[in-house]
Write a new protein. Structure first.
Length: 108
């Protein structure tokens, strides 16, 4: 089997495609929510194939369990509890917890 291209140019193209797919998912969500889920699936496949990390902003916009695009109030519930933000996917009921605030190293 042929090796996949892992040149810096192919990684840059992959990141651009991922950014484009997430912006399309956001634009299309109101009229076609299933299509936005498909865009997220494609973006994840591109990231895995090219071994490119999805940025933190985009990682928090989809469910890691069912790959659905998360919109607060529509497909996700956001709560603050015990110093953490708890995001619940309303499609598969998976929960993700993120620390509140930017200071995560414990120093004051």
């Amino acid at each position: 089997m042929r090796e996949r291209s892992k040149t810096p140019l192919s990684r840059k193209i992959a990141k651009e495609r991922i950014d484009r797919l997430f912006s399309q998912a956001q634009a299309v969500f109101a009229s076609h929510p299933r299509l936005s889920d498909r865009y997220v699936e494609i973006a994840r496949k591109i990231a895995m194939r090219q071994r490119v990390r999805i940025s933190r902003v985009f990682r928090r916009k989809f469910c890691r369990r069912c790959s659905s695009y998360l919109v607060p109030g529509k497909t996700s519930r956001v709560r603050i509890r015990s110093g953490r933000v708890v995001v619940t996917c309303l499609v598969c009921k998976a929960r993700r917890r993120y620390p509140v605030g930017g200071d995560t190293d414990g120093k004051e």
